[in-house]
Structures are given as C-alpha cells and as structure tokens.
Design a binder for this molecule. Structure first.
Ligand code: GLC
Ligand code: GLC
Length: 811
C-alpha cells in the first residue's frame, strides 16, 4: 500500500495523507543551520550541533507520535485548523506534503481557504524561512486569524530536558515590532540568540507557553488560538515560545504571502548589547531584510535547486526502470549528503544528544558523497583524522561543534582506524589530489602532536599490525563494525554500557572482519605508498597484507563460509560448530571484497551459504540462527529479541557488501536482486509493512526471525546510504573511479539490454553507453573512447574539460 508517489520531474516525494505509517521526514540546511521536518510539520532546528546548539525543542518518545514542530494555526470564524493537519487534526478538505531536495511544502485546505507552507533553509543562511501562502478560493471576502508557533529550546538539548530546577527560571525573550527574540543565557556566557520574525504587522504575540496553550492543553488546542486572542505574554523563565498572531483579510480569489524567519545569530563578545540588557539586533535585521519578499524566497528556492542540479549531475543514469533511476539519480545521493551533514546525530531515531559524529560512520559516509562535495569531504577527512590518537587508534565519536573526541565513549574499537584509509583512498581516486597526504593534522586534537595525513594512515595500518591476537588475527577491542559484538565486555550489570565496558584484557578476542578490512584497505595503503614513491613502505605493507591473507585462510575459514571472530576464550564465533549465530554477514562480505577465495571457489561457496542461510524476502539478515538468549561472552548482540537490530535483523548497511561480493564473482542477477530487496523505492508498495520513508534507507529492517517481519526502523542516518550507493553505482553499474582512470566494469542482471551513465570525473564529462547484446552479466567485449578502441576496462584520465563518448559492449 502506498501513501503517496514519487514526482521525479520535481525530485519530490508527494505524500497524500497525513497519516503515514510513521512520520516521514525531510532535512533542510547545508552550512550550519539545520532543520528536521516531518510531513505534518513536526521537527526542530539546531545550529551545527544538535546537542549543544538546539534552537527549538522537540520531545522524543512522544504521544501522540511527533508532537512539537513549526506549526501554523488558522482560526477562521472559530473553525480552527492547521495546514499540516497536526497539531489540531481537524479534518481537511485537501492535504498534501511535498518533500523535495532541501525544502518541504505542506498544503492544507479547509472551507475554501488554502494554506500552503513552504519550509526551506537558504544556502549560506543561518535560518529557516517559512512562506505561508494563503489563497481565498471562495467568492466572498474572508477574515480570519493566522497564528505561528515555535517552542524554543534552552540551547543545550540534554540539559534542557533534564535540569528543570534551573531551566524553569532562566528563560528570557525580547519583543520588538513583529520580531520575537529568544535570549536565554545571553546575559552570561552565550553570545548567540534566536529570533522569529514575520514580514507584516501583527495583532499580537505570545512568548510564554503556558499563556498561549493554557496549562492543561496540548499543542492541539491552544487557548490563544481557540479564543482568537493572543495574550501578548512575555516569558520570564518557564517555557519560552514564539507565536505571532496576524489578522488576515482576503478578497475572493485573493492570494497573500507571509514570510516568517526562524534565525540564529552569533554576536561578537564586545558588541553584544545595543544598550544595557538589550541585545544587539543588527545581524538579525540584516537577515530579515534579505528574505523580506516572496521574490526573495523564490530566488533562494531556485538557488537550492541549482545547487542540487550541480551535485546530482556528477553521476546520472538513464534506464527504463524508474525505481532504479530515482534511487540512483535523486534519493540515494540526497541521503548520502544528509548522512554527511548529520552523521548519526539527529533524526527521528537519533535524539541529537547521545551521539555526535562517529569516526567509522563519518568515514564511511564519505564513500557516498566525495564525488559530489570533494572540498567539504577533504575538510571532513582532516577533522576526523585529528581525533586519531598517536598509536593509530581513534576516538569512536566526536562533537561537530568542538571537533574534539568524546571522552565518555573513548576509543578501542579496532576497526575504526582502517576506515580512515578507506575514505582517504576514495578521496584520492575521485580527485587525484595527493596533496591531502601532506596536510599536517594533529593527533588527539593537540597542535603539538602534528604529523602529515600520510603518517596518520600509516599509524592506522600499523595499529592493526601491532595488535594481533593468538591466531595473529586482529584483536577486536571493544567491538568492530558490529558495535554489538562485545567480546571483551562480559557484562552482568544492567547499568553498564556495552559500548564502554571492558572487563577483559582484550588480548585474545579477534575479528575476521577486521582481518578482511585490513586486506582490502591495506592494499589501498600499499598502493598509496607506491604512487607517492614510497617503495620501501609499499613492500613492507604488502608483506603484512599477504601474511594476513594466509592467516585468514588458515584460521578464518570455517569450511563453507568465513568465521566471524574468536571470543575471549579463543572459541569460534560464527562457525558451524556454534549452536546459534553460525554464520555472520560481515566477514563474508569483506573477505570476498578483499579477494579471498575468489580464485579457488570458496567465494562462490560462501555466497551460496549466505543465500541459503541469511537471505530472506526483506534482505540479508546479519547472522543465523538468531540468538535466543543472552550470551555473556558475546554481549549486546544477544540482548535484542530475535530478528531485530544486530541480532539477525536485516542490517541494511552491510547488505551491499554482499552485493559487491556477488559482482566480484560475476553474479549480476544475485547482486541486483539483493539491491532491490532493500532499496526504498522498491518497497513503496509495501509501505504499510515497511513503515519508514519510501525514499530513504533505514538502518534496519526486522528479519525473518522477527515477530513482525519487514518492518524498518531508524531511517535516514545510516551507513546504508553510502554503501548502497557504492554498490549500485560502482559495482553493479560498474563505473568506478581509480587512481589513474575510470574503471568500467558492470555486473548486471543478464536480461538487461544496457543503460547509459553520465559521469563527471576529473574535470571531464563521460557519456557512457553500455550495451548488452549477448545478455551476459559481466565482461567487457569492447570499450571505445571517442570512437577509439581501448585495451582493458579503464578509461584514462583526460582532464580536459571536454565531453567524451564511451561505448561499452558486454560479452
Ligand atoms: C550503527 C552504528 C555503526 C555500527 C552499526 C552496527 O549503525 O552507527 O557505527 O557499525 O550500528 O553495529
Ligand atoms: C547500539 C546499537 C548499534 C549502535 C550503537 C551505537 O549498540 O544497537 O546499532 O551502533 O548502539 O552506540
């Protein structure tokens, strides 16, 4: 069952009922000011850091779901309603929500009055602009009242929802003309404030929640709105809000626009005040005048659209299957940029408080967006690398505002360092910019401990070499990619975190996944050494990589698939010898991506095992059989009920590792079949089961062992976005940047006739046409560049600003 439709021409998903199976959201913002907005106008805003600079408040785990947001109310002769249906929930004559790239447009209509609200965060603008367009569709004059509403957060989102003994006494506002200023804590150490403006005269305002709502009311029935009388309340403590009341008169057929701005301003410490106690509003006034008319808003909307034209033009497909095209051309790259912006901080499942930016997460996110935003990616790489320790290990997370490692979580997740090699090698392949390796980057954010980025990569590599266990496989530390496989934790205390508790010395438990990663990314490190003239380093790296391959063959192979790990006793994890959790997805994917078992048939055997034991209608589950009880030696993985999250859920992040592995052994039908099972556009028809947005991936879909199968959770912020993008664009469609050219190596379903790709790469444009006359999955029969036959499957770099024609015939 569908709840809307894709409008590919406008790059929008159009939702046609407010009652979707779960709030379907969108993200606004690029440069610092960000908003989350749901299809019923729920959500919140923050500046750079969802924990430390929360601008509006949002209550998670709320009832009804998704309460609190950027609301408008209309009181049309005592008929009270909201254009986004919520919070009033009055029945509307018409409802539509269009989530587009960087904007959301919600339209409601009642009693011949249409209210269309456009929400956007303009480029390089620290504010959210809301344009309310009111249309009188009747043939008589309408007089009614429009109320706006936002609830301010007292900046630190964690403190805001816990420290009420203080917070109920700190709130402060100023009201001047039609602008409401939120200035809590500005009197002391904060040099920033928020404002909420409208470009018209107002009949009144409210800034105190209790006066606006009435102490015993919810957002659905504010006293001020119901009575049509703003209270002109001034917040002192309690809960500061911003609400304008506007009296509107519209002739028959008349249309009127109102522009609201929710802005954020930082002032210079020495220039904070206009007069004692009165904030300096100069910057706010500037922002307001910049967006004062409908034309201004149209201009910004066009600029956002141009921005996306640019980003999306780097890789585009032409293929008869519209589901595939809209994933590749629009929604998957859009989600990749969002994960770049947010890491795992703020979504409807990530509260913006618990986790900042993940070392491993953000490195992987880059794999999906370097081609779109190379400059920003470079900066991100340098920021992440600065949270690495001198011994090569890394802080697991860091706060985006301070860019410092998060001490509460610390480090010792032994896969982390290798992801830095993954992102840097992808960056160099895309851009050819080796100079990044020379950039000086501190360790542990300490300027006194600066070394160039190459040295950081080297320490990443040797962190594995220096931390091998009894089988000479890499020690796992607290956990590897699978945060929930906690082999050194042995926790019997429910008040401890599985992520930060280590009760064991950590000198025994080993990870075959890290071993596979080491071979994959170790080879990239070797290649980088070679290409920068460090032959000795390259040889040494090669020796370690080859030795690891030998060790995986000797101690990492279980007979029909790759083992997952050894636990603290040295017992196997992910082996046919185990009663439960006999086979895991991660090591199968990474060992085959590392090329292990490809020549001797074990890769195929492994993938057949995956198909038989792990795959199901909704994707490939993480392991099988699911754990039915808590295993002290395994940790959090066995805490989840069967079929959910890391305990045999479909963890969409690593399904593409298997897709890529399938392409490596040439099975395009299997690879694409797995792709289709989890790609959101293909699940639109089962939205009532899938629940989350049909335009973005979710982290997890409940697996074959779950009570309710096929139900997704944790949409948007997941490495799933980047990895699926890599799998489809680089391995299935097979257009892949390399250090010295563009690899053309599709591995597709054998019944495809072909497809076309436009790829911008290193300053040239390649119009690539792939034909498949012999109906094969893989193999290049001929490859022509501008009509000239090429040897092999790599298009050399032209770097000439020209458009080139690439003709590929499979066979
Ligand atoms: C979450 C984490 C990621 C981890 C994965 C598997 O997505 O953000 O770091 O790899 O779960 O546990
Ligand atoms: C929990 C989640 C896992 C996530 C981790 C991050 O363990 O199950 O997916 O990576 O928390 O803190």
């Amino acid at each position: 069952m569908r709840f809307g439709r894709f409008d590919d021409e406008h790059r929008e998903y159009v939702i046609d009922t407010p009652m979707v199976p779960y709030p379907w959201i969108n993200y606004l913002g690029y440069d610092g000011f960000f908003s989350l907005i749901s299809n019923t106008a729920g959500g919140y805003s923050f500046y750079k850091d969802a924990r430390l600079r929360r601008i509006t408040r949002y209550r998670y785990n709320n009832i009804p779901v998704d309460d609190g947001g950027k609301y408008f109310y209309i009181n049309d002769n005592n008929d009270v309603w909201s254009p986004g249906w919520k919070p009033v929930k009055a029945e509307l004559d018409k409802y539509e929500c269009r989530h587009g790239l960087g904007y959301t447009k919600i339209t409601g209509e009642k009693n011949n009055l249409e209210a269309e609200v456009l929400y956007l965060v303009p480029l390089k603008f620290n504010g959210e602009v809301q344009r309310v367009r009111l249309t009188n569709k009747s043939d008589y004059v309408k007089k009614f009242k429009l109320f706006s509403f936002v609830e301010f957060c007292l900046w630190n989102a964690y403190d805001d929802m816990t420290n009420f003994q203080r917070n109920f006494s700190t709130g402060e506002v100023e009201i001047k003309g039609s602008v409401i200023y939120h200035k809590t804590e500005y009197r002391e150490r904060r040099d920033h404030f928020a404002f909420y403006s409208v470009n018209s005269d107002i009949a009144g305002y409210d800034t105190q929640m209790e006066d606006f709502l009435g102490l015993y009311n919810g957002f659905s029935s504010p006293d001020a709105v119901i009575e049509g009388k703003p209270r002109n309340s001034e917040a002192h403590g309690w809960q500061p809000i911003g609400s304008h009341c506007i009296e509107v008169e519209l002739g028959a057929g008349e249309v009127k626009d109102y522009i609201f701005i929710l802005g954020y301003v930082e002032n210079d410490k020495n220039d904070k005040w206009e007069s004692p106690g009165i904030i300096n509003k100069t910057k706010a006034q500037k922002m307001i005048s910049k967006m004062s008319s409908s034309e201004d808003v149209d201009r910004e909307l066009d600029a956002i659209s141009d921005y996306w034209d640019g980003l999306l033009s780097v890789y585009g497909i032409e293929h008869p299957e519209d589901k595939l095209s809209r994933m590749v051309n629009i929604w998957n790259p859009y989600q990749c940029i969002t994960t770049y912006n947010m890491s795992r901080s703020a979504s409807y499942f990530e509260s913006g408080i618990g986790r900042g930016f993940g070392f491993r997460d953000s490195n992987q996110d880059l794999l999906g967006c370097i081609h779109q935003i190379p400059e920003k990616s470079k900066q991100r790489i340098l920021d992440i690398a600065a949270t690495q320790m001198e011994d090569g290990s890394a802080y697991h997370q860091y706060q985006p505002l301070t860019k410092r490692g998060n001490d509460e979580v610390g480090g010792n997740f032994n896969d982390d360092p290798l992801w830095l090699i993954a992102s840097v090698s992808a960056y160099i392949k895309e851009t050819g910019d080796y100079s990044i390796l020379e950039r000086l980057v501190p360790f542990d954010n300490d300027e006194n401990k600066e070394k160039n980025l190459f040295e950081h990569l080297k320490r990443s590599f040797y962190h594995v070499v220096d931390n091998l266990g009894p089988h000479r496989l890499p020690l796992i530390g607290r956990a590897d990619w699978n945060d929930c496989l906690n082999l050194n934790c042995f926790s019997e205390d429910p008040d401890e975190s599985f992520q930060t508790t280590e009760n064991k010395e950590g000198k025994v438990a080993e990870s075959v996944l890290i071993a596979g990663m080491f071979v994959c990314y170790g080879r990239e490190f070797e290649e980088i050494c070679r290409r920068t003239g460090k032959e000795k380093e390259a040889k040494e790296a090669n020796r370690h990589v080859n030795s690891m391959i030998g060790i995986i063959n000797e101690h990492g192979w279980d007979g029909e698939w790759f083992l997952r790990a050894y636990d603290d006793k040295g017992d196997k994890v992910g082996s046919s010898e185990n009663e439960e959790g006999q086979i895991f997805i991660e090591s199968q994917g990474f060992c085959i991506m590392a090329g292990i078992g490809v020549d001797d048939g074990r890769a195929k055997q492994t993938l057949d095992s995956v198909k038989e034991k792990l795959s199901c209608e909704y994707g490939i589950v993480l392991q099988n059989p699911a754990y039915s009880k808590y295993y002290l030696n395994l940790g959090e993985i066995s805490t989840y009920p069967e079929g959910y999250k890391e305990n045999a859920g479909v963890f969409c992040h690593n399904n593409p590792w298997i897709m890529i592995a399938e392409t490596i052994i040439g099975r395009g039908d299997e690879a694409f079949d797995y792709y289709r099972r989890i790609a959101p556009a293909y699940l639109e028809e089962i939205s009532e089961i899938h629940k989350t947005e049909p335009y973005v991936y979710s982290q997890m879909v409940s697996g074959k062992d779950a009570y309710k199968k096929g139900e997704a959770k944790n949409s948007w912020l997941t490495g799933t976005a980047a990895w699926n993008y890599v799998a489809i664009t680089q391995y299935i469609l097979g257009i892949r940047p390399d250090y010295d050219g563009l690899i053309i190596d599709p591995c597709i379903p054998s019944d495809w006739d072909g497809f076309k790709i436009v790829r911008k790469f290193r300053n040239s444009v390649y119009n690539i046409e792939v034909k498949n006359p012999e109906k094969v999955s893989k193999g290049i029969k001929s490859l022509k560049l501008d009509g000239k036959e090429l040897e092999g499957n790599k298009v050399p770099i032209s770097d000439d600003g020209e458009i080139h024609r690439v003709e590929v015939v499979l066979g």
